[in-house]
Write a protein that binds this ligand. Structure first.
Ligand SMILES: *[C@@H]1O[C@H](CO)[C@@H](O)[C@H](O)[C@H]1NC(C)=O
Ligand SMILES: *[C@@H]1O[C@H](CO)[C@@H](O)[C@H](O)[C@H]1NC(C)=O
Ligand SMILES: *[C@@H]1O[C@H](CO)[C@@H](O)[C@H](O)[C@H]1NC(C)=O
Ligand SMILES: *[C@@H]1O[C@H](CO)[C@@H](O)[C@H](O)[C@H]1NC(C)=O
Ligand SMILES: CC(=O)N[C@H]1CO[C@H](CO)[C@@H](O)[C@@H]1O
Length: 486
């Protein structure tokens, strides 16, 4: 699960949860279903329908999945990790808290890659025409079909299936239980945004609070820096200096509001990424830069030896570039537009950017705008995000608004009528603002973890984890244990 930083040079997208592919490692092989000599992180392929909602369309494609039956005990449950808006990372078949649960409960573990991400290509390309087969509803129907066929072919019909997911797949885990209760016994829906909304200004409010939790001056310094920068942008005479200060790949050009919004969002993205993943144990996924934390960024912002807040903001940008071994940062919106409209599977945004932004334009919104006065950033308002739906996919603001309303009608938003779903969330994570952070009922519990970021409870335990995180993992396990007896 990569931050946005991996897929794009610098994060310009609301990547909730993308996934790194690391090729390393083998886990114990299979005795039962597969050639035991094969490493279990080998790609497996499932024949899937293209369109679940049109019986007259018989087209099929191959969906990637992984299996690990090292912990399976006859009669044990089946764990299904739901893939999200990036390639499914086989590292999760070897690491992660869900495997600790699997070991204790004797579960067999599957992970299904989400359609249109990674190697799961339902169509020849990513044309807007083809992307109409990309939706959470189709993805849930993929899960249902996978679950049904695997149960029959692998002798798992009478087993209890448990769905896991973090971030957008966390929402899918909750909705899978909600919409297909006969197929899924229980779900762990981590850091799941379950309310769709076109505008999501609360995201940056939480980023501000999370920075303040480190140092109350930190968001104020960021605001000062952002204000100075915006003032500088008003005079093209400053562009040479800005280009140098922020190590831009080519001379800054601001011709439209979109150009400046894209530039400012790119710089704010440094803070958004770090806050979203603060101190999460993501090293096993091959993620670099996990030592860049809120503490580090706020340390730079408070360092008077670096100059004024503007100079410190530039120092943060350079620190991020060094960390990710980038020579320079590209802030040209026109280049981004070319990348995002490239429909090839080899294209520069095919790692997930083109697909995920399409899902935001047709289902969720989730636009992290600067529209709230109670946050430190400025310059990338809702209109800027909404316009991209038109620029990239010819989707109007009216279509976007209507589809977000429909998403909430279909899934019920916060009004979840179900049971056996647990909703872990982290207080530092900006996404908790759209999540379930208070128990809906005894069988729909929230686990709100003070001080942790996005999906913290899913990563492997670490001796440095705060006590409340360890307790949260145990708490989730107790729910599962109890539910599996029902
Ligand atoms: C650009 O930076 C240099 C060196 O810091 C400074 O002397 C110069 O005045 C700046 N230019 C503008 C237009 O502010
Ligand atoms: C983070 O780790 C990298 C590599 O281990 C190191 O080069 C870098 O100095 C560290 N950065 C900080 C801010 O600790
Ligand atoms: C799309 O991206 C691929 C791979 O980078 C490139 O070869 C191709 O020329 C691009 N297509 C367009 C239309 O730019
Ligand atoms: C954009 O969509 C409208 C209908 O919403 C259609 O009339 C128009 O041809 C489309 N334009 C492109 C470039 O696809
Ligand atoms: C901020 C917030 O919503 N806090 C709630 C989180 O969930 C717990 C229950 O797990 C509530 O007690 C908190 O009030």
């Amino acid at each position: 699960m990569v931050s946005r930083t991996y897929i794009f040079n610098v994060g310009n997208f609301a990547f909730l949860f993308a996934i790194f592919v690391v090729g390393e490692g083998r886990i114990k092989g299979f005795g039962r279903f597969y050639d035991w000599q094969k490493p279990v992180s080998d790609d497996q392929w499932f024949i899937q329908k293209l369109d679940h909602f049109n019986g007259a369309d018989g087209r099929v494609w191959k969906q990637r999945y992984f299996v690990n039956d090292a912990f399976y005990k006859m009669g044990g449950p089946v764990f299904l990790m739901i893939g999200g808006e990036g390639p499914a990372n086989p590292a999760w078949m070897q690491h992660g808290t869900w495997l600790t649960y699997a070991e204790k409960l004797g579960a067999i573990c599957f992970m299904l890659e989400h359609r249109f991400y990674g190697k799961s290509h339902p169509t020849d390309d990513l044309s807007t025409e083809n992307l109409r087969f990309l939706s959470s509803r189709q993805a849930l129907a993929d899960l249902a079909h996978f679950r049904t066929v695997m149960a029959e072919t692998q002798g798992l019909v009478n087993r209890k299936w448990v769905a896991f997911g973090g971030s957008y797949p966390g929402s899918l885990a909750a909705w899978f239980r909600l919409k297909y209760p006969h197929l899924v016994h229980a779900s762990v829906a981590t850091s799941a945004p379950i309310h769709a909304t076109v505008n999501f200004p609360e995201y940056l409010e939480v980023v501000g609070h999370s920075l303040a939790s480190e140092n109350t001056d930190c968001p104020l310094l960021v605001k000062k820096a952002s204000d100075i920068l915006i003032e500088q942008l008003s005079d093209p005479a400053n562009y040479d200096n800005i280009t140098k200060d922020f190590n831009l790949c080519s001379k800054l050009e601001i011709q439209t509001e979109t150009d400046s919004a894209y530039f400012l969002e790119t710089l704010a993205g440094n803070f958004m990424d770090v806050v979203q993943y603060n101190e999460d144990n993501r090293g096993f996924e091959g993620v670099v830069g996990t030592n860049i934390t809120i503490k580090v960024l706020c340390g730079v912002m408070a360092d008077t030896s670096l100059g004024d807040p503007y100079a410190r903001y530039a120092a943060v940008a350079r620190l991020m570039m060094d960390t990710f071994s980038m020579k320079c940062v590209d802030v040209s919106f026109n280049k981004n537009l070319r990348d995002m409209t490239n429909t090839s599977w080899d294209g520069p945004a095919a790692g997930g950017g083109r697909q995920w932004v399409y899902q935001t334009c047709t289902e969720f919104g989730f636009y992290q705008s600067t529209d709230s006065p109670n946050q430190p950033f400025a310059g990338f308002p809702l209109e800027y995000h909404v316009k991209q739906c038109a620029d990239f996919y010819n989707i109007t603001a009216e279509q976007l608004a209507a589809s977000v309303v429909e998403t909430n009608e279909y899934y019920g938003s916060y009004d979840i009528h179900s049971d056996r779903i647990v909703f872990p969330n982290g207080s530092i994570d900006p996404w908790h603002a759209l999540g379930i952070t208070q128990d809906i009922g005894a069988d729909l519990p929230a686990v709100f973890i003070k001080g942790t970021a996005h999906c913290a409870n899913m990563y492997p335990a670490n001796s440095k984890d705060p006590l409340q995180l360890t307790l949260a993992r145990d708490h989730i396990f107790l729910h599962l244990q109890q539910w599996l007896k029902q």
